[in-house]
Ligand binder design. Structure first.
Ligand SMILES: Cc1cc2nc3c(=O)[nH]c(=O)nc-3n(C[C@H](O)[C@H](O)[C@H](O)COP(=O)(O)OP(=O)(O)OC[C@H]3O[C@@H](n4cnc5c(N)ncnc54)[C@H](O)[C@@H]3O)c2cc1C
Length: 381
């Protein structure tokens, strides 16, 4: 069977790319090792916030929220729980630069004084020398229900979703990729164009297929979070604690997902076991932000690997050797919030249409810098 576009990897980015290509009339197949959204996508806390460091990332997250909002209207379903996102930071760190970026991008935000924060969320502990930045439209994406809806839409539009394919490799002939081969023969397909985004496995499939590593190199670090019973009822937004580098994302009034803090380089993509010391160190800081939370206890741990690059920017673009291969990796721990927009943009690249000029900074490039995982997945300002 031959397709116009074969997408290897059924994470959110691959799924959004498939939807966009189908709407442009392409015959599309997704080849997925397990089931759609079973990689990092299923582990994600789902936080979507515009409170990020880079102007480009703020825009990617904003556009992704726009895409989700449009889908919610179209399907009459809710995918993004708009809890709001509150960063608590020393006043000195709130720079004019951030305000300029927000104004230029059109992100609505509020600067909240300590007394205003205490009035809104009485259980939140805030210092007199701190300030809150509040973005009301941010929240938590339900990746499972979104992926389920997209799957239905892909099938309705005539796309093929091949799941439980096992390991997959790409086969090239000269300057073109011609087919994918998988453990499951039913997933071995020919195609004219290929998109490769298998999350943290991308570099290993690339190397296995082509005998060279992708540029820039893919670095891996542990991404983990704990589901916590807070020991009482709290009505809070997602809180990012700029002092202790942890986020508290409310699941219910009594439960929250807590994550971040120090981070650790992973040995390889199979190094998914949680690092309890890191989690415990992170959770120890919780009572500094939530009054009464010393009664909290962990009820579950989610751990996986996240992929980045030496310059911490994702890679989205056409491979430097194979002219019909488009590749994406290094979405780091911001992948859920970046994926809807970047999925649509990679589809536009494949189609040869005009793309967002900001994507230029994400083109394949040489590896520079050393790269550490310090502060990499903290939406600091
Ligand atoms: C604990 C945790 C919390 C996180 N929290 C957030 C958050 O709050 N906000 C946020 O924005 N991001 C968050 N992330 C990051 C986010 O989940 C990832 O950045 C994002 O899912 C990466 O998307 P992807 O499409 O590149 O990879 P994936 O989501 O992993 O998708 C890749 C797909 O490819 C498949 N695959 C793998 N190998 C093969 C193969 N050989 N052949 C075919 N298919 C294959 C996988 O099964 C998977 O379905 C979190 C991650 C973790 C682990």
């Amino acid at each position: 069977m031959k397709y116009d576009v074969v997408i290897v990897g059924g994470g959110l980015l691959g799924q959004f790319a498939a939807l966009e290509l189908l709407s442009r009339g392409y015959r599309v197949a997704i080849v997925e090792r397990d089931i759609l959204c079973s990689g990092s996508c299923s582990k994600s806390t789902g936080i979507m916030t515009r409170q990020l460091v880079l102007r480009a990332d703020i825009i990617f997250a904003q556009r992704s929220i726009d895409i989700i909002t449009k889908m919610e209207k179209e399907y009459g379903e809710h995918f993004l729980r708009r809890t709001g996102f509150l960063t608590l930071s020393p006043i000195s760190r709130v720079t004019k630069r951030l305000e300029l970026i927000y104004r230029s991008v059109g992100v609505e935000y509020k600067l909240l004084e300590p007394h205003e924060i205490k009035e809104l969320w009485e259980t939140v502990i805030v210092g007199d020398n701190e300030i809150g930045i509040y973005t009301e439209g941010d929240g938590m994406l339900n990746t499972g229900s979104l992926s389920y809806r997209i799957k239905k839409e892909i099938e309705r539009s005539g796309g093929s979703i091949l799941e439980r394919c096992g390991e997959t490799s790409l086969i090239a002939d000269g300057k073109y990729v011609v087919r994918v081969i998988s453990d499951n023969d039913e997933c071995s397909l020919y195609g004219d164009l290929f998109i490769l985004d298998v999350g943290v496995d991308t570099a290993s499939i690339f190397t296995r297929s082509f005998g060279r590593t992708p540029e820039p190199e893919q670095l891996l670090f542990k991404c983990q979070s704990a589901s916590v019973d807070l020991g009482g009822e709290y009505g809070i937004p997602i809180i990012y604690d700029g002092k202790n580098h942890l986020y508290i994302a409310p699941e219910t009034k009594r439960r929250a997902i807590v994550g971040d803090g120090p981070c650790k380089i992973a040995r390889d993509q199979n190094d998914i076991a949680p690092d309890r010391e890191i989690l415990i160190e992170t959770l120890d800081k919780l009572p500094e932000r939530l009054a009464g939370s010393e009664r909290s206890h962990i009820i579950g741990i989610t751990s996986h690997v996240c992929g980045t690059t030496p310059d911490f920017l994702p890679v989205i673009g056409r491979d430097s050797v194979y002219e019909n291969l488009y590749i994406a990796y290094g979405l780091s721990s911001y992948g859920t919030m970046r994926s809807p927009y970047l999925g649509v943009e990679i589809a536009k690249m494949v189609n040869g249409s005009k793309i967002d000029p900001l994507l230029k900074i994400l083109s394949p490039r040489s590896s520079k810098g050393l790269g550490t995982c310090e502060e990499i997945h903290t939406p600091i300002i």
